[in-house]
Design a protein around this ligand. Structure first.
Ligand SMILES: [Zn+2]
Length: 258
């Protein structure tokens, strides 16, 4: 039983008991935890600033219960611009859902912090939500150990140079246009989509938002990501389903390479 301090990404919050909140947070030292924040739904509580998609330094009590208790919090960054728009908020939630889905409790991964924070900052600053979120999401997948071998064709060993690119989401491999004939159940994307993905994977975190995916490339990027997450994580985060319905993205584009 101990009191500790940790830098935390606040992922989720839901009402708990009469006036408390049950928080899902990801600590720099502690990894993902579930914690009770007492009295957050009363006015004038000093924890009211603790809302989802924020970054705070928290005082936490770890006792015998599986749930910790947050006893104090200092907000480091609230990403307020992110909350002004339902679409941006939903894109921000995709990252929170992904972190929640991919990491087990108390499995620290401090290397995810720069990507999540940079993405929430980009969303708050009005950068392209799809580009910022999906760039960070692919980097989170990589840090969690998911990294598809989409650099060269698995038959000829060459990077695709023209025509469509066929991504095998289930087997993490790629086929160039010349070697894709007769292949079933592959996702075909434009060469520009594949190149954008390559650029995102090589990007430094300080340059998040570069190589913006617009139009059909954006649609295909969304579709590829959705299928990859469904195939590898199993469950599609609700925020992603919501975005697909609300923004009507990823519905066209896939299977129709340029
Ligand atoms: Zn080939």
């Amino acid at each position: 039983m101990a009191q500790y301090e940790d830098h935390m990404l606040i992922l989720k919050s839901r009402p708990y008991r009469e006036s408390d909140a049950l928080i899902t947070a990801f600590g720099m030292k502690s990894g993902k935890i579930g914690a009770v924040a007492k009295g957050t739904r009363r006015a004038k509580n000093r924890l009211t600033g603790l809302y989802p998609l924020s970054y705070a330094v928290c005082e936490i009590y770890h006792g015998r219960s599986t749930l910790d208790t947050i006893t104090g919090a200092d907000l480091v960054e609230g990403f307020s611009g992110l909350r002004e728009d339902l679409s941006r908020l939903s894109w921000g939630m995709v990252l929170a859902d992904l972190v929640d889905e991919m990491w087990a409790e108390r499995d620290p991964a401090p290397q995810i912090f720069p990507w999540v924070i940079a993405a929430w900052q980009g969303l708050a600053a009005g950068e392209s939500p799809l580009t910022v979120t999906l760039t960070a999401s692919w980097q989170l997948l990589r840090l969690a150990g998911y990294y598809p071998e989409w650099q060269v064709c698995r038959v000829c060993g060459q990077p695709p140079a023209k025509g469509a690119v066929w991504l095998d989401v289930d087997h993490d491999s790629l086929l160039c246009a010349a070697h894709a004939s007769g292949q079933e159940a592959r996702l075909s994307v434009a060469l520009g989509t594949w190149r954008t993905w390559q650029q995102w994977m090589a990007l430094d975190v300080n340059r998040i938002g570069q190589y913006e995916a617009k139009g059909i490339i954006g649609s295909q990027m969304f579709q590829v990501f959705r299928q990859y997450v469904q195939g590898h994580i199993g469950r599609l985060p609700r925020s992603l389903q919501f975005l697909q319905e609300v923004e009507n993205i990823g519905m066209e584009g896939a299977g129709t390479p340029l």
